[in-house]
Design a binder for this molecule. Structure first.
Ligand code: NAP
Length: 248
């Protein structure tokens, strides 16, 4: 029998897409998963699925764009469950537009949901993690934050900001047993990309080495490793899971 306690993992954006796949995978890995997003219905449904498969889950309806409410929700769930070991900041939105047409609102909304939320979550999670001398922070960025993407100044800036945030946390928290890494997905088939014209996917595909678009499970597998107990020597890294698009 292992002495390792059941790890508690909070995953944002767990109601669908990549976050749902991450939460499902971490539950299968034996973690108690806290499922965070705004929509209560899909979270309750996923919690039911995880529990039917013998796993443990808690649904947490919260708007990560409301920094104070989100931080206090993290503190509340940590108190209720007695610990917080893994934080996956995955919730994200796009509000695309070329620079000259991008509004202040598009900029502010994307920075708030994709970047400021992660800062607030990391700050709230760092205290219990440091106290337990164990923590795994995984921030979901994007290849757009690594190489840029026309029409996504707000999104690419937020994702590049996540990389700077993560590497700084890796330096600040490494001596306390807390690691911080970025997973940067390439083109993954989810609701976020389903509205894009088909040519976009085809163009990206031509620049990739693996001849298929990504699936949410491709990202979940990388998060599973980066958030595992055995990944204690991995920190400050940006892992591009993109079928060879960037080779970053
Ligand atoms: P998605 O299918 O649109 O799902 C987004 C998730 O974020 C949903 O669960 C949504 O839940 C949640 N969310 C959005 N705004 C929120 C808010 N204010 N508060 C709480 N939760 C919120 O997107 P996805 O494709 O799975 O993307 C997941 C992450 O991967 C994002 O950070 C995205 O930038 C990144 N990514 C995706 C791709 C791709 O090709 N799909 C590529 C690179 C990076 P509710 O609506 O219920 O709140």
């Amino acid at each position: 029998m292992s002495d390792t306690p059941t790890r508690v993992a909070l995953v944002t954006g767990a109601s669908r897409g990549i976050g749902r796949a991450i939460a499902t995978r971490l539950a299968a890995d034996g973690r108690h998963v806290v499922l965070a997003a705004r929509s209560q219905g899909p979270l309750d449904e996923l919690k039911g699925e995880i529990e039917s498969a013998g796993g443990k889950a808690t649904a947490l309806a919260v708007d990560v764009g409301d920094r104070a409410a989100f931080a206090s929700a993290i503190e509340g769930v940590t108190k209720d469950l007695g610990r917080l070991d893994v934080l996956v900041n995955n919730a994200g939105i796009t509000r695309d537009g070329l620079l000259m047409r991008m509004t202040d609102e598009q900029w502010d909304e994307v920075i708030a949901v994709n970047l400021t939320s992660a800062f607030a979550a990391c700050r709230a999670a760092a205290r219990p993690m440091m106290k337990n001398r164990f923590g795994r922070i995984v921030n979901i960025a994007s290849t757009s934050g690594v190489i840029g993407n026309a029409g996504q100044a707000n999104y690419a800036a937020a994702k590049a900001g996540l990389i700077g945030l993560t590497r700084t946390l890796a330096r600040e928290l490494g001596s306390k047993g807390v690691t911080a890494n970025v997973i940067a997905p390439g083109f993954i088939e989810t609701d976020m990309t389903s509205g894009l014209p088909e040519e976009v996917g085809q163009t990206v595909l031509k620049a990739m080495s693996v001849p298929r678009l990504g699936a949410p499970e491709d990202i979940a597998a990388a998060v599973s490793y980066a958030s595992s107990d055995e990944a204690g020597f991995l920190t400050g890294q940006v892992i591009c899971v993109d079928g060879g698009l960037t080779m970053c």
